[in-house]
Design a protein around this ligand. Sequence first.
Ligand code: FAD
Length: 302
Amino acid sequence: YRFARRQQAGEKIRVSFEFFPPKSDDMALKLWETVERLAPLRPSFVSVTYGAGGSTRERTAHTVLRILNATDLTPAAHLTCVDATREEVDAVIRDFAAMGVKRFVALRGDPSEGVGAAYRPHPHGYSNGAELVAALSRHGDFDISVSAYPEKHPESPDFATDIEMLKRKVDNGATRAITQFFFDNDVYERYVERVRRAGIYVPIVPGILPVHNFTQVVRFAGRCGAHVPSWLAERFYGLENDPVTHQLVSAAVAAEQVLDLIERGVEDFHFYTMNRADLAFAICHMIGIRPAAEPETAAKAA
Ligand code: FAD
């Protein structure tokens, strides 16, 4: 009821979508179908993740360039510090800026050996997210998003250390934090209270992960320190071989989470789409975000 009232009052919910750069022609086709489907929802921006290693980095640049050239969307390029000197990272920043990129998601990144290995900064590189934000700020007037961890980053000894890092990132020029995915909205709300008490006032945008495959999400959550509540496991229990019901349950779970966050005052959402449009589109529909009437706001070309 409160949500309906807010809609009547013209309060707008804003969304952004995250994609990963495709590794094959088939995956590219799927990504561009997804982009075309989601573009008419007029997201504030769409972000493209960044991996360690040369070829992955080129794929990010290629995907960002195509978004710039072929759609009306505003891309945000993710960037990490992994295995790169400061000069190399600075060159990537300049390349993106020359393409016309004005938004970045600045991250330290994970060790190239994989999540779980100890992170060793490159001896001549930026050693964490805060240093990368400072580098971006030196290069231009960019819109810089950073990560935030409602359940704290697995490497942080405690919340105070974790939030101190967020504060350094904001002090260096970040204007928004996007959270790791979470499923318990109380956890998010408690985290935002802690962040505000630490004197950080940028938007803490919840990162929503629609559950395309519960088994995979459990595995992934274990690696990045996100808790999967038992009530969520219960909802997906027995659906391993029933994709249709799994999909319906996923849509219901994500819609419930997002609607509850709106009730709590959240106005911006970032969706980890996994390059799939269906669940993100359905959730957006539920919260009143509908395709623009004008066809020209859709992707211009695939
Ligand atoms: P930072 O903000 O630098 O640090 C994260 C936390 O770790 C800090 O709170 C700090 O307290 C703690 N910490 C860091 N170093 C130490 C230390 N030496 N000792 C003790 N504590 C320490 N990864 C990619 O590879 N590519 C992507 O495109 C990408 N996109 C992401 C987008 C979002 C929205 C999020 C939330 C994560 C993303 N990641 C991505 C994952 C991210 O790279 C990892 O979570 C990584 O482990 C931390 O990067 P960060 O920028 O959060 O690190």
